[in-house]
Write a protein that binds this ligand. Structure first.
Ligand SMILES: [Zn+2]
Length: 388
């Protein structure tokens, strides 16, 4: 939901690609499972280990390149390998294509067992299993050794480098990475916790994307596990935090359910059930219903509904009580009065400080509900005719 493309810097990508390459070399050399590869697999693994540019195409590609991977030159070059990595259901559309038909009718010798040709499903399962070993997310996800070294490449240092402190999918839950730099806990790893890294394209369905930087999205437990479940974003696309944000296509609004004066009165009186006085909603921007814009609308809607964003926000409406009351009070007259107290401040700065919002949107990666507050502030201030 939040655009975090700025955190995946060229330096982070370079560091990740170099580290993944080293790991690939080591696993290819040392894993017993990868000793007996078919020629087709060996060709792919050699290519990705030897040529850094090839490794970068898969591991360090941009979110945009990731979304069009199945039309890329790398896919074209090794498409039999990639297609065999897919499960039966996802492989189906490719099975009628000439390259696949050719493979089945001229099955290479290394896919025979005791003189008998293996069936495609068995071959695919074997290739997929070996791909899971080669791309090896398990190694990356934990700390190797007893003490955390922030220079050591793993999921912890990857998350730490991104410094995304609030889940970009819901913009409400904590996703910070915490470790004790000076910890001297005997025999224990000094890491406290890290952001779960959500695979935009799941690693079980697309094992070759398991280590792609643009596919690893710092997240919160709920968004990563409870809500996403098995949804395949290849077929039900969601917003891609490394490329776009909800803000590009839609805006949050707050709909008071009663007259503002009554809402304020109720808000100041603890006897009232406050939660029922406002409701957050989303207003889609006027996008035409063609091509790119239509797809963007679809991604926004899927992200909002599958992650239960509005339900979660409205369930927690009480925690925005103080902010909303302050916002309803922010009239042109009130701001003019405040300007008298804060010399040297602009009108916009006075409003930002008073409401604790940031209209530039810089704070969305470290302040919960920053996007909601920014949008709701803008819409209510507009309604109140406050110029800033
Ligand atoms: Zn979340």
């Amino acid at each position: 939901m939040i655009n975090i493309s700025h955190v995946l810097t060229p330096q982070v990508i370079e560091w990740h690609v170099d580290s993944v390459r080293k790991r690939f070399h080591s696993i290819l050399k040392n894993s017993p499972e990868l000793k007996e590869l078919s020629r087709m697999e060996a060709r792919f693994y050699r290519d990705i280990c030897v040529a850094k540019a090839t490794c970068r195409e898969l591991i360090g590609c941009s979110a945009e390149q990731l979304s069009t991977f199945f039309t890329s030159a790398l896919f074209e070059k090794h498409k039999l390998y990639f297609v065999l990595c897919l499960s039966q259901e996802l492989r189906k559309p490719y099975e009628t294509q000439p390259f696949f038909q050719h493979f089945v009718t001229n099955l290479p010798r290394d896919f025979y067992q005791n003189g008998i040709a293996q069936n495609v499903e068995d071959i695919s399962q074997m290739v997929r299993r070996r791909a899971a070993t080669f791309f090896g997310y398990g190694y990356f996800s934990k700390v190797i050794g007893k003490k955390f070294d922030k220079e050591q490449w793993n999921g912890y240092s990857f998350s730490k480098k991104l410094e995304v402190k609030v889940c970009p999918t819901c913009n409400s839950a904590d996703s910070s990475t915490v470790y004790e730099e000076q910890a001297e806990i005997e025999g224990k790893v000094s890491v406290v916790c890290r952001a779960p890294l959500d695979h935009y394209y799941s690693k079980s369905k697309y094992p070759f994307f398991a280590m792609t930087a643009a596919n690893l999205i710092p997240s919160c437990e709920r968004c990563n596990s409870s809500l996403k479940r098995e949804t395949d974003y290849m077929y039900k696309p969601h917003l891609r935090p490394y490329k776009e944000g909800l803000e590009d296509y839609a805006t949050f609004i707050c709909e008071p359910k009663a007259a503002i004066q009554d809402v304020i009165k109720a808000a100041c009186n603890p006897k009232y059930v406050k939660a029922h006085n406002y409701r957050f909603d989303v207003l889609c921007k006027q996008l035409n219903q063609k091509g790119v814009a239509r797809l963007a609308n679809e991604r926004s809607k899927n992200s909002l509904s599958d992650m239960g964003i509005l339900q979660r926000y409205n369930e927690n409406v009480e925690q925005h009580q103080a902010f909303l009351v302050k916002l309803f009070f922010t009239t042109e007259h009130f701001v003019e009065q405040q300007l008298g107290f804060f010399h040297g401040f602009t009108k916009k700065e006075v409003i930002e400080n008073y409401l604790e919002v940031d209209f530039s949107g810089v704070d969305v990666t470290y302040k919960p509900y920053a996007l909601l507050k920014k949008h709701v502030s803008q819409s209510i201030l507009d309604k109140n005719n406050v110029q800033y």
